[in-house]
Ligand binder design. Sequence first.
Ligand code: NAP
Length: 351
Amino acid sequence: MQSAGRQPRLRLLVLGGTGFVSGAVAAEAVTRGHDVTCVARGTGTPPPEGARLFRADRNEPAALAGLKDSRFDAAVETATLALPWVGDALRTLAADHWTFVSSISVYADTWTPGQTAHSGRLRPALPSDTARYDPERDPEPSQARYGGVKVACERLIGEATDDRALIVRPGLLVGPGDDVSPFGYWPVRMARGATAAVPPAVSADGVPLPAQCLDVRDLAAWIVDGAEERTAGTFDAAGPPLALPTLLQEIAEAVGAPTLETVEVPEETLHEAGVNPWTGPGSLPLWPPRALYGVLSRDVSASLAAGLRARPIGETAGDVLRDRLERGAGKGLAAGLTPVAEASLLHLLGY
Ligand SMILES: NC(=O)c1ccc[n+]([C@@H]2O[C@H](COP(=O)([O-])OP(=O)(O)OC[C@H]3O[C@@H](n4cnc5c(N)ncnc54)[C@H](OP(=O)(O)O)[C@@H]3O)[C@@H](O)[C@H]2O)c1
């Protein structure tokens, strides 16, 4: 075996490998010198250079049969809403270690701050959700379905591996290549300078607004660490919880134009103006609805103790800005206010 740093070279299977999360995992593993096979239809972005692509449509029967006789040191399953895919992978593939990319949406209580991966109730598992996921028919699955299927997948993987799998539950993932998350609005907005409308520091009833996110590359590094070290256990995958103004200030310090001035818009004004919370067109991105306060203030000390390293937000902001400018991404404003909408909001406050 060749050596990837101090680690032996792993035969690593990434179920996915061409998307935002799974592509980052494959890229990190290739960088470390591992022998990486990705499984995808290959319809969009190619896998990272140096990884091989096993083309398969996992909605087809026996999609993974061509890998039946291969042996992998580790497999990383990134299936989103496809319990049948996970079952098929566990039955067909031989891997010494499994990682499952689950989601923070498994938790039933999204309101209470300070919870850990083991302190809260999970949503009811949906082991009977055997539908092959079709994003065209169900583009925005309910949190109950999304979380419930993830819980069922986690259990399937736990049973198949005698609980020796690594299960990671990401919250908001950010970084270059992401065109949809609410984070991406801010580096571009702060870099434009002038007067920027930002969410307030506290809610209308005086509660500090939370923020929590993780650079997808830090998640990928942690997952590859886990494969190398055969880590077992269930962890949240999120950076340390922050106050929202702190996060926005770190972005502004990293990328803000010299002319930048920020104006906190009170929640009452945001509601009056019809601004949407959190994400999507017409939103003030990252302004959290009360139902997300718990999801954005998780106690991730166990994850950090288990090796998760979260880079400074400013570093991510700089990379996101460069990436968006280079690709001309975000022109359609997946999340955020148009300059006109922002100006009329500021006008309400006398600016
Ligand atoms: N993004 C976040 O903020 C976030 C947060 C929490 C949890 N997560 C979880 O992270 C995981 C990855 O999320 P993501 O949205 O970024 O996905 P992704 O990594 O973009 O992965 C999607 C992958 O699945 C492949 N794929 C799709 N349909 C397929 C099919 N029919 N057969 C075979 N391969 C198929 C895609 O490649 P092809 O299209 O080429 O087939 C792609 O490689 C998901 O489980 C998600 O629940 C993400």
